[in-house]
Design a protein around this ligand. Structure first.
Ligand SMILES: Nc1nc2c(ncn2[C@@H]2O[C@H](COP(=O)(O)OP(=O)(O)OP(=O)(O)O)[C@@H](O)[C@H]2O)c(=O)[nH]1
Ligand SMILES: [Mg+2]
Length: 371
């Protein structure tokens, strides 16, 4: 990790810890980590020269097979690092996609992952092709195989990209139509969103009596699941969605925009976090989720905080203390403390959901969204 903020004395460690957690989830065993404090990322190598030598030594000493950067690498940095270090080099973006790939089972998430990969792959392949072209320049002329291969590689990648984009767009329109039909029933939609691993699917299962896959691995759920839930003579559509992660590359969010429509277009959002996380980590995760919800233009009146996994906390006092510490972030957002696993606090949660829905000023779903 290159730490660019000299005033960050603490949060970078939490971020690095999360990178470690994600690396393990992607199947790696982590042999070590290195931090460089530098106000500017090195344009060519991400790391400065001295640090790069240090990492190279670490790679050799520990027979490292992959080097994973917290920072998002440019094609040029990735190419240069792989050349110098002689091993595979990934960044946070590649790592997240690897985990997504493990979880993806349906066509839509596979397509979205393929597109996300391709959009990173295109500039990298362009760079590789142009290097190949340049190095072979002295032999062939301008109409050489080098130039031809360069154009072929780039053209075929661009073609694949537009095919995938077209299919995703088609599916997005189909999904919007489904959302519209659900909307026309007049039944409100309540979305379970929040940090990865917070227990969203466990909560969804507990409320619906379904048995959707749950696991301690991040990003178990990629595609949203809907369920029409009867509740005290009324009905709500309950939705389980993809988890959020810190510093998620905005491009990745964009590629999963279909999934994000489910959050954007819900009447109410249950923002679920794991209250057994250490306090600083919990705060950072709540902030991450709120920032994403705000970027999706979800207003506070549509947000309900769910502090899950209270069974793992040492007592209600610890939970209250953590919630109090979160006050500067969550202010007066209503909240509920639950254990989805033990099915504790669910009646209070549903009571809060109903009263929030009754108090909503206007339906979220603007007709213009669908037209
Ligand atoms: N102790 C305890 N564990 C829980 C609770 N809720 C969920 N878990 C566990 O937390 C892990 C993650 O649960 P999931 O329901 O898959 O979490 P998620 O938020 O859907 O995760 P992603 O789909 O990966 O974003 C699983 O190992 C669950 O058994 C809870 O209330 N208490
Ligand atoms: Mg899930």
């Amino acid at each position: 990790m290159v730490k660019t903020d000299p005033h960050d004395h603490h949060l970078y460690r939490i971020r690095l810890g999360e990178l470690r957690e994600l690396s393990i989830a992607a199947g790696y065993s982590v042999s070590g980590s290195t931090i460089q404090v530098n106000p500017k990322e090195n344009v060519a190598f991400m790391l400065g020269r001295g640090k790069l030598e240090e990492v190279k030594q670490q790679v050799a000493e520990n027979s490292v097979e992959t080097v994973i950067f917290y920072n998002v690498l440019t094609s040029k940095q990735k190419y240069n690092l792989e050349r110098i270090l002689g091993v595979e080099v990934l960044d946070r973006y590649d790592l997240t996609l690897k985990i997504f790939e493990i979880s993806s089972s349906d066509r839509l998430s596979k397509l979205q992952i393929r597109l996300a990969r391709l959009l990173k792959e295109i500039p990298y392949q362009k760079l590789l092709a142009s290097i190949r072209f340049k190095t072979g320049r002295e032999h062939p002329g301008p109409r050489s195989l080098g130039e031809y291969a360069y154009h072929e590689t780039v053209a075929s990648l661009l073609k694949r990209k537009s095919l995938i984009q077209a299919e995703i767009e088609k599916r997005r329109l189909e999904r919007l139509l489904q959302l519209k039909r659900r909307r026309e029933t007049g039944i409100p939609t309540v979305c379970i969103t929040g940090y990865y691993n917070a227990g969203k699917t466990t909560l969804f299962n507990a409320l619906t009596n379904l048995d959707k896959p749950v696991s301690p691995r991040p990003f178990t759920t990629l595609t949203s699941k809907y369920y029409l839930l009867p509740h005290r003579g009324r009905e709500v559509f309950l939705v389980d969605t993809i988890g959020f992660v810190m510093d998620l590359d905005p491009r990745l969010i964009a590629y999963f925009s279909i999934t994000l429509d489910d959050i954007r277009l819900s009447d109410l959002v249950m923002l679920t976090v794991d209250v057994s996380d250490p306090s600083d980590l919990l705060l950072l995760r709540i902030k991450t989720c709120l920032d994403i919800l705000r970027s999706l233009k979800v207003k506070d009146e549509r947000i309900l905080m769910v502090f899950n996994k209270c069974d793992l906390a040492s007592g209600s006092q610890e939970v209250e203390l953590k919630i109090n510490r979160a006050y500067p972030l969550i202010h007066d957002l209503p909240y509920c403390v639950v254990s989805a696993k033990l099915r504790k606090g669910l009646d209070e949660l549903m009571g809060l959901v109903v009263s929030r829905l009754d108090n909503l000023a206007e339906p979220v779903f603007q007709k213009s969204v669908l037209n």
